[in-house]
Design a protein around this ligand. Structure first.
Ligand code: PLP
Ligand code: LYS
Length: 408
């Protein structure tokens, strides 16, 4: 099943965290991002149990929402932030510096100052950043981000560990960065960081990457980044959390030496399955073409609430919330935006979809809320947490007033 762990389907009706999906749509309106809180918690526990005394750092870019961060804070995870804004969210959720890892390939002096003031660990990406830190002279814990020169199998836009990536020091540059940070009296160099890409199914590239960074000397701490894939549809299954973590630990033991302090930074794999987006179908249109007919099912959201299909051709599945599991006919789910590329699902099957029906798209917890926007003046959807049969609003829907609230 693609739905969160505590979902149920009874008589074709979907419930999430004990809450009926159609009732949620009625109560909170659509589109709505529904989040199964127990799914977030159980993923966090799966990671922490597998990591043992290693550190699990939530990559907050995947779901930068205070309530989500609070859950992971309660579950004992650390947090990865990639901007001053994400740092502010992490602080709002209760995080203190020793559990914050600060990332970015273009950190400003102000962001570096803010990170140093709260005592966050800074992952140094380039020589200009190193110069800025030198000018700041604030005592900071640092890691060095290394680009291992490994090509993993994922969409080019979310590949980050290849030679030619904009992130990190190349293997050739890293020794100079290591030397400078070892010599700097203000820097406490803990070790190396790498992150080779996102939505990765194959574990082999991580091994190659660790092999590459192992040539740079021995450190006490290694942060191996995030990247574990999730199943968006039934077509392709990723490794389990346990398989992935065991591989990371065994690879580190073998290639970096035993007893290292290890961190991993999952984003997607912690939040994707907890999220279900609910839409209302607004129109159903059959278009006859020479090579067959297309049934467009148009919903009340689209590329403003989920950019991923447009950016990465990301596949999703969908169901009518009251007829889950029934056989259907081929449909293309489109959004309400003024672009033909506003396609949420190129091909799925739905049983006789009608205007007014509630459509549920599972596995929409990661990088969906995160990349929402106001294209066509569409207010961004609310976030609703469901658990044990109760639903609570944790982010309200934007209003039309919000759309001009920043006018001066
Ligand atoms: C530095 C860093 N760490 C962790 C992540 C999280 O990746 P994922 O969501 O694929 O686990 C990212 C995003 O790709 C990242 O840039
Ligand atoms: N936004 C991307 C992931 C970015 C990874 C961040 N380094 C996605 O939706 O898949």
């Amino acid at each position: 099943m693609l739905y969160p762990q505590d979902s149920q389907i009874a008589g074709g009706r979907l419930s999430i965290g004990g809450c009926d999906a159609q009732d949620l749509a009625r109560e909170f309106g659509t589109p709505a991002y529904v989040v199964a809180e127990e799914d977030l918690r159980s993923r966090a526990r799966e990671f922490t149990a597998a990591m043992g005394d290693g550190e699990v750092v939530f990559a907050s870019k995947a779901f930068p929402c205070t309530a989500v961060l609070q859950v992971f804070h309660e579950e004992g995870l650390s947090v990865d932030v990639a901007s001053g804004g994400e740092l502010a969210l992490a602080r709002k959720a209760g995080y203190t510096g020793e559990r914050i890892v600060f990332h970015g390939n273009a950190k400003s002096a102000a962001e570096l100052r803010a990170a140093s003031e709260v005592g966050a660990r800074i992952v140094v990406d380039n020589f200009d950043e190193l110069d800025k830190l030198e000018r700041l002279q604030a005592p900071v814990e640092v890691l060095i981000r290394v680009t291992p020169g490994v090509v993993a199998d994922t969409h080019a836009a979310i590949l980050t560990g290849h030679a030619g990536s904009k992130f990190g020091f190349s293997l050739a540059q890293a020794p100079e960065a290591i030397q400078r940070l070892t010599d700097a009296p203000w820097a406490d160099l803990k070790g190396l960081h790498m992150h080779i890409g996102s939505q990765l199914f194959d574990l082999e590239p991580w091994r190659l990457a660790v092999e590459a960074i192992a040539t740079l000397g021995t450190f006490g701490t290694y942060d191996l980044g995030g990247g574990l894939a999730v199943a968006y549809t039934h077509d392709r299954q990723p490794p389990t959390v346990a398989q992935y973590v065991e591989t990371m630990k065994a690879t580190a033991d073998e290639l970096l030496g035993p007893g290292k302090t290890l961190s991993i930074e999952p984003g997607r794999a912690l939040v994707a399955t907890a999220g279900v987006t609910l839409y209302t179908i607004e129109s159903v249109k059959d278009v006859d073409l020479e090579d067959g007919a297309v049934r467009f099912v148009a919903v009340d959201g689209g590329m403003s609430d989920n950019m991923r299909p447009m950016l990465y051709d990301a596949p999703y599945d969908a169901d009518l919330a009251h007829r889950v599991g029934e056989p259907g006919t081929p449909c293309t789910v489109v959004g309400k935006h003024c672009e033909s590329g506003d396609v949420l699902i190129r091909e799925t099957t739905l049983p006789d979809p009608k205007p007014g029906d509630v459509l549920a798209t599972p596995v929409t917890g990661a990088y969906v809320y995160a990349m929402a926007n106001n294209y066509n003046g569409v207010p961004r959807p609310p976030v609703v947490f469901c658990s044990g049969g109760s639903a609570r609003l944790v982010v309200r829907r934007e209003t039309y007033e919000d759309l001009y609230a920043r006018d001066v």
